[in-house]
Design a protein around this ligand. Sequence first.
Ligand SMILES: [Fe+2]
Length: 284
Amino acid sequence: MNVHSFFDAQSSTFSYVVCCEKTSQCAIIDSVKNYDPASGRTDTKCADEIIKYIEDNNLNLQWILETHIHADHLSAAPYIKDKLGGRTAIGSRICEVQKIFKGLLAEDDFSTDGRQFDHQFHDGETFKIGEIEARVIHTPGHTPACITFVIEDAIFVGDTLFMPDAGTARCDFPGGDAETLYESILKILALPDDYRIFICHDYGSSSRKEVANMTTVKEEKQENIHVGANKTKDEFIKMRQERDATLDLPFLMIPSVQVNMRAGALPPQEKNGVRYIKIPIDVL
Ligand SMILES: [Fe+2]
């Protein structure tokens, strides 16, 4: 199995291509479409890099996977699917997240059964990338629909864990919960010590200028500043809630959720043929 990473500096997001070397089948995890909220313009530079990598290596795209409904970048899933094929997929609790944002955005015609995605993964479900066996673990907490992919010895955790010196993701988005996140992290830390953990975001740290995207279960268990060295659930919940109260909303949260709840599709055209992003005023 081969794992290749891509980094979007605008949202500090790592996307991945996981490839079965025997069959040349591959999966993309957490793709990015760039968006400039000042002009309302999207661009596909990041997605095109991934598409080029897949084409240059003569890979066949089987899956376009999301670890969750991202709140800091738009998914490029439909754009990539249009170019390369593949099935889009996310966790089955997507319906809960869709219901939350349908209400917030007054999207009366929006279906909240997850039908925008080709497949919804249940907890414990297995699937194949070529001949590679992959498994899904539901890891809610950051959002209700967060999932983790365990693909051989590689674990793709989304935002459930960050690098050990960066800790964990916030739990104050609608449907998020610190206690639930702690329980989810325990599921990941119960995997073998030498399994590699690939994270979705990194912003560097005070002691580390370069961004990083890979660690191990052992390192997270020993060194993660929020959950490592046997920090208790109560300590974690207190820390997480105090810290979350100080955080601003992500710059691209409002556009991201209304696109990503549609599996990366932009909102439907208005009568004039233009698509719009809504902004709820004085709500969030
Ligand atoms: Fe996230």
